[in-house]
Every structure is written in structure tokens, then in C-alpha cells.
Design a protein around this ligand. Sequence first.
Ligand SMILES: *Cc1c(COP(=O)(O)O)cnc(C)c1O
Length: 541
Amino acid sequence: MGEAQVSLKHLFRVFTKPEHKDSKLAQIEQHLSDNILDFLSQHVVTKKTSLEEIEQDFSDAFVPESPEFVSSHAENLLDKLVAHSVNTYSPTFIGHMTSALPYFHLPLAKLLVGLNQNLVKIETSKAFTPLERQVLGMMHNLVYGQEDSWYQQYLHSARHALGAFGSGGTVANITALWVARNKMLGADKGFAGVAKSGLAAAYRHYDINQMGVMCSRRGHYSLSKAVDVLGIGRDNLITLPCPQQTLPPEQALAEGKRYQEEGNKLLALVGIGGTTETGHVDPLDELADVARELGCWFHVDAAWGGATLFSETYRTRLKGIERADSVTIDAHKQMYVPMGAGMVLFKNPEDANSVRHHAQYILRQGSKDLGATTLEGSRNGMAMMVYSSLHIFGRRGYELLIDESIKKARKFADMIEAHPDFELVTAPTLSILTYRVCPPVIQEKLKTADEGEKNQINHKIDVLVVNVQKLQREAGKSFVSRTRLENPDFNSRPITVFRVVMANPLTTEQDLKNILAEQSKIAHARHLWKELEKSESSLTT
Ligand SMILES: *Cc1c(COP(=O)(O)O)cnc(C)c1O
């Protein structure tokens, strides 16, 4: 490995110029610009499958003494890191929400890093601040659809915020519940408010025994983190069973009432606008009624599903979202923006004031600094990527992408149902579905088996599904994820399923056919498959 000089002259050069015209880094840049798909398929080769083996390359805990040449370091990155990363552009990797990105984000990312703006305050971001406010306004409009004059009043107001931009859905969910908490436990006669006096004083003042947040069992784990950091406690995230994958409103109401009658305070009801595991949408309109009746905050976590609002055809599936007090939407999911772009939107632009923070040297009273109402401090200008995407795709472009994903998911569901070796577990409401492998004879058997037999069989299928998923991943050609779900058709006990997220616009019908064929082949080669087929005869006799 070449050692570079330790000199100010060398370091100055590192700050300002490429090492030489056709350095390794310049080659990488060129290749990325010319053809990113080709770059990834050439360099992301993942020959090492065990993480332990990869860890060997990252086992040294000492800061290197001497500088390295940029070029030799770039080689190093290609070898150790890029080669063993994941090709998220691959059309046959359909297991996660992270997919291929539109090409224009590459040069834009360079511009973003080059400008290195800090959105915490106007002094270090200038036009980026109004841009971010406008992006929040556009997304607010998508959800809440207020009049133009309304936006003119609030978009750039120093005393209001239509939302908060942050690194993702987790920060957005935390921010939403933070605002809700500070509002509910706000200043009162003889009490300065929870933000100032803390939770213990707030509970004493408001005579609160426990305070809770309610959602379905499909609630994202970020909600659990949120109640943890907000001091509410993970035990007070009340997760209700949802055998049909959505939260039944009657049950939410009954449980909420019961909780309140026991002398507890219900802070918020959270509806999910597209669950991470199955893509189901809670009955948001009914849940808005429930929240109103219970007198609590209504938050909708649409981190993944929110982009469905771009589609005239499918936006009705999120009906009621416009009644939420706050809504989380991730741009780095179905809006195809690079990671690090999440938003929470507030129905009422005054609400963010409950978390407003001032500091002497920045975020002064009356300033329009975004950092005054965001959880994060220094932040980059990711809002620019959302801004550009909104313009480059336009609502109708996004609509097309969303509609295509949903159509493709429906198509894949049909293929699964038509294939003898598979059964669909949850059909796609939006563009996520789950299914599993199961020998045809066993599918028949399960229809009539008693509880005990069903459990026995399901346990074996679980093992088979896990094996197939692992082997397929290790073969490296394609990837679906897996999760465990309760399902009424399967005895309400959790079963293991494959999970598919139709995110990548590059995925074709043929890719989907190939994925099923590969899974079927792997499953048939397993002795468990044969055993299951055999066990059928022993069960029927
Ligand atoms: C992805 C997701 C989150 C978390 O978002 P991050 O951007 O990963 O922090 C929260 N809720 C739902 C429903 C999600 O799908």
C-alpha cells in the first residue's frame, strides 16, 4: 500500500484536486456516470458469504499512522467494501424497501456534498432553508390539501412549521410523538410544561399514573424506540392484535376506553399507512373517529405507504390520513430518493412550537432557522433531492411508478396462486405481499387438519421456508426477505413467510418467474419437502 507524504502541501492537494487525471477514483466516477448498472454488476460480486469472513477485513482497531494515496485507498474500498456490499439495483432483489435510484441522484449527490450546506440554520444554508420549507409544504399539501392562500400564510412563517425534515421515518415518528407529548403535558397553572420540568413533574402535575401510545402489532419498531426516548416506556406502547393485518377500530376504541378507565392517559393512537411487513393500511378514517372519541393525538405512520397519495387511483386506500394530527412519510422509500430523507407533517402549523428550542448563538428568537423545531442538529440538504425528484417526476410520474408497483405486486400474487408449490399468505393491498412454499398435498391437508396437526405441519413448513430463503440468498442471484406473521387462515399462530416488496421499477415479470422457479427448485431438493409429502399419507391414514 503506497504511503503518502505527511505534509501540508500534500494535504492541501487532497482538499482541492484529484490525485491525478486518471486516478482510480476518477475511473470509478467515470464508470458510475457512464453506466451504474454495469459498475455495480462488475464490482458488487459478493463472493464471501459469511459475515465472519468479511469481518477479518475490518478487524484492526487502530487509526492508521500515515496517510494513504487516494488511489490506493480507492482500490482498497473496491476490494473490501464494494465487492461485498449488496446490489440494491438488482431487479431480482425484491426483499427490501431499498431499491435502484433514478440516475440523476448521482450527480446531484455530488452537488450536495460539494455545497455542504447545513440546514440547522440559515447562516449555513440560505436558499436551502426556503427550499426545505417548500418541500414540506408540497408534501403537506399532498396529505392535507389546504388552499393556496393557507400555504402562503404558513410556508415561510418564522412562527410556524408545516413539518420537520429529518434522516428518516424513525426520527419522524419520534418527532411526531415528541410534539404530541409536549402538547399534552404543556405549561399549565403552576407548571412550566414537560419540556422544561421533565416527565416526573408532568405526571405529578397532571396526576398521571401511566401514559401510553396505542397501535397494532404491525407497528414499526421505531415507535417502540420513540416511547423509550420520550420517557414513556416501552411497556406503555400498547400493541393490539390484528389478525387481518389491520387494527380493528372497535377494538382500538374498547381498549383505549379500558386503558383510560383504569386511570391512564392515552397520548396517541397510531394508524399505519402501509405496514412494513405486509403493506396493509389501517382503517384510517375510522381510527380518526376513535382518536377523537378518546381525545388523543392521531398519528399516521405512512413512512413507506405515503407516496401512494401521488396516485389518483390508489390514494383512496389512505382515506382518512388527512384527519391525522401528524403524518410520517419517508422520501427514501417509495419516492426513490437516496437514504436519509424522512418527513413528519403537522396538520396544525402551530403544533411544532411545542418543541421549539432557542439558543443564543443560533436559532435566535424570530429566526427562520429550521433547527429550532427539528430533533436533529446539523443536517445536510437532502431536501434538495426530494425537491428535484418532485419536479423531475411530477405527480403524474410518481403516480405511474406507484401504479406500476401495485400492478406488478398483483401480478406476482396471481403467479403465486397459480403455482402449485406456493401459497399466498397476504395479498397485496399496496405493493408488498407474503407467501410461502408448501407441497400441494399439504395445502389440501391443511384445509381439513385439526389444530394439533396444523401446528405440526406449519412448524415443518416454517423450517422449509427459512431454508429456502437462506439458500436463495446465499446463491446470490435473487433475494426475498422473510418474516413471521399471525394469520387467521393459519390458526392465528405465527407462521414464517417470504416477504416481497415491489420497489424496483427495473424488475420484470420474467424476473419474478425466475425467482419462483429458483425457490421451487431449492425446496424440492430439500429432504423436508419429501418428508412433508410423505407425512401427508401418514396423516391421512
Ligand atoms: C421504514 C419505516 C419506518 C422507519 O423509517 P426509517 O427511515 O427506517 O427510520 C417507520 N415506519 C414504517 C411503517 C416504515 O416502513
